[in-house]
Write a new protein. Structure first.
Length: 388
DNA sequence: GTCGTTACGGTTGAT
DNA sequence: AGATCAACCGTAACG
């Protein structure tokens, strides 16, 4: 974040720009997506589907090197690196909240005060609130919200929420209340539950991370993989899997071998989530299977942006509850209870992986290297184990 | 060959 | 309704 500094002059243009063969460029309709150098499909500016993200983490935990993951999934190594780094840092595989802007004047504190004023005097006028904000020193003349802004706050944030403000004074977004940020993680479904998770700013290496982390954690479902599992269920019910999720993804994606459920049975009772959840996101057509045992999944996604949200949506993010990095709880320690690893794949994999890597924080080879446990950790997630 | 980093072009969503 | 802004995204490429 530190501003985008331009350090070297490169010819290449940003992301997709360069790819020579832009084979898949947005074609007539939905064909969003461009093809990267590895042959994977991606949508510029949009996050990879959760399934792929999940897969990246999963593979890393199985001990697959990032470079191999990159090739297998056809995702740029920079992206793999970024996702794994984030996962290690925050425990979440979810992308950060995209879009939106920070409140300029309607800060959490201001909103809180407005709410207080309104609760204290339901008949108070917006201009009176404005005066009180000034009088109480909550704002100064330069940053006091306009009457119209106050009205909007009353209408959108306070009115509807009735109780809990969207943001409480503290930055921590309440778990469920609709938060401004992160909706992304939520499901697009009608009732937007908000996912407050807040925009955790997840900057890839950023300091912000902390905040990030915090949120999710507190949220049981939020970014945890577990949730994902839950999601799956949810999705299935809703039919999201069927492509509904926004319907964005073509149903076929489901078949994606790698990601999908093929391998999983819905049965993963475990945490409930599972790949399905992930799948939700994913619906990408997948070419051939192929790769190795680990699941191979190929290319990615051509997904309509709109979906994305849905995808990520879900109740929460995927933060593995017991994630090692977790500052708070006992991370690795137990990955919690629910290890949902579905199939034995992971489990075994983990096992296998364990020995060697524990070590320092991360396993050398793969950043994701959380202990195998982690996987479970991801736990919740059932990771689609590869279709292997 | 691997991997961390980062400029770039892009999308999104609150203001 | 539309513009602006700031956040994030993934890729490509540097080191």
């Amino acid at each position: 974040m530190p501003g985008r500094r331009r350090r070297r002059l490169r010819l290449r243009s940003g992301g997709p720009a360069a790819p020579p063969p832009r084979a898949a460029r947005r074609s007539p309709e939905h064909t969003y997506g461009e093809v990267n150098q590895l042959g994977g499909v991606f949508v510029n500016g949009r996050p990879l589907p959760n399934a792929i993200r999940l897969r990246i983490v999963e593979l890393a935990q199985l001990g697959i090197r990032p470079c191999d993951i990159s090739r297998q999934l056809r995702v740029s190594h920079g992206c793999v690196s970024k996702i794994l780094a984030r996962y290690n840092e925050t425990g979440s595989i979810l992308p950060g909240a995209i879009g939106g802007s920070k409140p300029r004047v309607t800060t959490p504190n201001v909103v809180k005060h407005i709410r207080d004023y309104k609760q204290g005097d339901p008949g108070i006028f917006a201009w009176e609130i404005r005066d009180r904000l000034l009088a109480d020193g909550v704002c100064d003349k330069y940053n006091v919200p306009s009457v119209s802004s106050i009205s909007r706050i009353l209408r959108n944030k306070i009115g509807s929420l009735s109780q809990p403000g969207p943001y409480d004074g503290s930055k921590q977004p309440p778990p469920q209340p609709a938060l401004p940020y992160n909706h992304i993680y939520q499901y697009p479904y009608p009732s937007p539950m908000a996912s407050p998770a807040a925009k955790m700013g997840s900057h890839p290496g950023a300091p912000v991370a902390a905040a990030h982390v915090s949120l999710p954690r507190s949220w049981p479902s939020a970014h945890s993989v577990t949730n994902i599992l839950g999601i799956r269920t949810f999705m299935e019910q809703t039919g999201a899997l069927a492509g509904t999720e926004g319907s964005a993804y073509p149903p076929k994606m489901e078949d994606w071998p790698g990601v999908n459920r093929t391998a999983f049975t819905p049965a993963q009772p475990v945490n409930g989530i599972d790949k399905a959840a992930a799948d939700g996101d994913i619906k990408y057509p997948q070419p051939a299977p192929g790769l190795s045992s680990v699941g191979s999944f190929l290319p990615a996604c051509a997904y309509p942006p709109s979906n994305q949200h849905g995808v990520y949506g879900g109740p929460g993010g995927y933060i593995p509850p017991g994630h090692p990095w977790q500052p708070q709880g006992s991370p690795l320690g137990h990955h919690g209870p629910g290890v949902a690893v579905h199939g034995g794949d992971l489990a075994s994999a983990m096992a296998f992986k364990q020995p060697g890597r524990e070590a320092t924080d991360r396993k050398p080879a793969s950043p994701a290297g959380k202990s195998p446990d982690t996987l479970n950790t991801i736990h919740g997630l059932s990771i689609p184990a590869s279709s292997s």
